[in-house]
Write a protein that binds this ligand. Structure first.
Ligand SMILES: NC(=O)c1ccc[n+]([C@@H]2O[C@H](COP(=O)([O-])OP(=O)(O)OC[C@H]3O[C@@H](n4cnc5c(N)ncnc54)[C@H](OP(=O)(O)O)[C@@H]3O)[C@@H](O)[C@H]2O)c1
Length: 296
């Protein structure tokens, strides 16, 4: 039995992909009191039918959070997808932490990013850095789950790379410890059920994978030659912009690459294995299992 199996465990963002999968893991692992917080409770009737307490709450509305977090002992705060507004996510996350403290939550868990740092021009690392800083300055115990880039995200760029035969990037020879969303969810559930004190977990896959290696994987799975082409950040930005990628994503994707080139996303750790009891899935195994999606 896990130490906190019978504690009141809360998960925000419960109708998002990571939130829902985390709750599925908690149910499978025998958690007895699960609270799912979402902006849209009507999207979770199946979880309600399985005994999950569904509550309405939005990080944009402190009053909703006061009610939603009542009685929760351990709370997973899932970072939002609100990328359009500078500092918007950090403001939302800090509001959620404030509300959790006021509600008496004892342990807060937060889904961060590998190697966050303060720089307003780097939206995602900046938001996570300031959220982590607020947690560290707070009153509760905490677990920071620094999720590396999802292996699932490779599926989105892979189709274009396979069709064009080119995988443009600005990541140099830097690697990423890609991790599946499913492993992030299993690790989050494991941390909700067992983590104590104040700790940072680098949630990543079993090895750091370069873009040249990603291209080789796509070639072998698709049967079509895909070549990785390392370009400057400016060239990458220009290419994405002319392909119609929205400006905010152009910036975000370029920062991921330049951070990768500096080694920020190459951290490999045993955190997933410690929190789940099994090795994380490799990018190669994940893409092989998703081959149908790649070649469709
Ligand atoms: N590591 C990576 O490669 C990677 C990739 C993509 C995203 N992410 C981050 O990881 C998070 C979870 O990933 P995912 O795959 O589950 O994304 P997703 O399916 O797009 O879910 C987005 C999440 O944001 C929540 N959200 C949005 N606005 C909110 C608000 N005002 N208050 C509270 N929650 C709000 C949603 O909750 P409800 O709709 O239930 O309210 C939902 O859980 C993302 O939101 C993003 O921060 C990481």
């Amino acid at each position: 039995m896990s130490k906190f199996q019978n504690s009141v465990l809360g998960v925000t963002g419960a109708s998002g992909q990571l939130g829902r999968q985390t709750i599925e893991n908690l149910i499978e692992r025998g958690a007895t009191q699960i609270v799912a917080i979402t902006r849209e409770p009507a999207r979770l009737p199946d979880l309600a039918a399985r005994g999950v307490d569904i509550r309405q709450g939005s990080f944009d509305d402190a009053a909703s959070l006061a009610a939603a977090f009542k009685g929760i002992q351990r709370l997973l705060i899932i970072s939002t997808d609100n990328l359009g507004v500078e500092g918007g996510r950090a403001v939302q996350h800090v509001r959620a932490i404030d509300a959790a403290e006021k509600a008496g939550v004892r342990h807060i868990l937060y889904t961060s990013l590998t190697s966050p740092y303060p720089d307003p021009a780097a939206l995602i690392p900046n938001d996570h850095f300031w959220t982590e800083a607020r947690l560290a300055a707070g009153k509760t115990d905490w677990s920071v789950l620094r999720n590396n880039m999802y292996a699932d995200a490779v599926l989105q760029s892979a189709k274009h790379a396979i069709a064009s035969g080119k995988l443009f990037h600005a990541a140099g020879t830097g690697g990423r410890a890609y991790v599946t969303r499913a492993d992030c969810a299993a690790a989050a559930a494991g941390a909700l059920l067992s983590a104590e004190g104040k700790a940072i977990y680098d949630i990543g896959g079993p090895e750091a994978v370069t873009q040249a290696q990603v291209a080789a994987l796509l070639s072998s799975l698709s049967g079509k030659l895909v070549a990785a082409e390392n370009v400057s950040a400016e060239t990458l930005k220009g290419g994405m912009a002319s392909a119609g990628v929205p400006a905010v994503f152009v910036d975000v994707m370029t920062v991921f690459d330049t951070d990768t080139a500096q080694g920020y996303l190459g951290i490999v750790s045993d955190a997933v294995a410690r929190l789940t009891g099994r090795r994380p899935q490799s990018l190669a195994d994940f893409l092989t299992a998703s081959k149908g999606l790649l070649t469709a």
